[in-house]
Design a binder for this molecule. Sequence first.
Ligand SMILES: [Zn+2]
Length: 107
Amino acid sequence: MIHYTCDLCGRSLKDRDVIYELNIEVHAIYQPLQIDLVDMLKDHTDEIRGLIEELKDKDPQELQDQIYKTFKFHLCPPCQQKYIKNPFAPIDQAGSGDIEDSAPDRE
Ligand SMILES: [Zn+2]
């Protein structure tokens, strides 16, 4: 049996509780490349070497996270209700795990 805990409020979820799974996928969107004959005939060797040189000392995980990152959370019913009302509401950093009911005022 898998034991679940609400990732927002920290409440231990019992077998009879409805448990919600929240999957977040963040990925980069790129415009389609426009490749013409000039691009195809050009020698890209120096450009590729430059890219390899630029990336060789970077952290592979950090590079991957810039392109694609997923998160998986489990929520109790009250936190699910708060989340679906405003997924971008800031999470209380004080530790209660409550999602504020409204977004902060913006100037
Ligand atoms: Zn909760």
